[in-house]
Design a binder for this molecule. Sequence first.
Ligand code: NAD
Length: 258
Amino acid sequence: MSQTVLITGSTSGIGYGLARHFAEQQFNVAVHGLADPATMQEITATLHAAGANKVITHDHDLADPTACKQIVHDTLSSFGRLDVLINNAGFQHVAPVEEFALETWLKMQAVMVTAPFVAIKETVPAMKQQGFGRIINICSAHGLVASPYKVGYVTAKHAIVGMTKTVALELARDNITVNAICPGYVRTPLVDAQIPATAKARNISEQDVIETVILKAQPTQSFVQINEIARIASMLCDPAMVSTTGSVFSVDGGWTAQ
Ligand code: NAD
């Protein structure tokens, strides 16, 4: 029987890269993200071509706290089991705290904290019944350290580290591991979109944002590659990795070692 993975926010960037990686390992893949039907069809075809056994898609907006409940239950009814849950969906907003809109703050916490909580809450009973589960939260270097003008994001990512550790302790004897991966900067639409806002907030050019803000944070002076994140995710999903739980894996070019 094929293993199954649900990856939130897998229509783009890191999540899409993870979906392709698991497809290559013949998983059943539940794709999720804000994408139109044509894009979903294209993604489904790509994942089948990469080797996925079955592919299903979801386009729920995770600002709705009940969305993840529906996504998890649909995935379980389509695939019969859920081996790997990857909470990945997220977005960035850059603004000084006094200009940071409350509405944006609430949406960030809904998508990046409440949705993972609901997804985990709804998945755990099935994982317990199976006697196996792997939960991976895609966090960020911003789950460990802060940067100015990102109060909503940094707060949400720090919360995810706490959630990872707490749930790992609760599930420690159930063969369900819970870990977080904390990437540094990866060149995805999320990063591209924040370059103009960061330039405005810091009053510098967009090129300066790349050179003096983004790549400056990372001693390697280069973007993190998605396949580096996928390799850690794969390792964590190995059934032999039973003792690695409640851990936080940095893939950040040395950013948080400083
Ligand atoms: P991306 O913009 O390429 O993809 C984001 C995904 O999340 C998309 O599939 C999008 O549809 C989905 N999404 C966003 N808002 C949503 C909503 N309201 N409801 C449902 N789905 C929603 O971004 P990415 O860079 O691949 O980011 C993926 C994850 O990795 C995020 O959690 C992000 O915080 C984290 N991360 C990214 C970087 C980076 O440099 N790109 C670094 C560290 C952590």
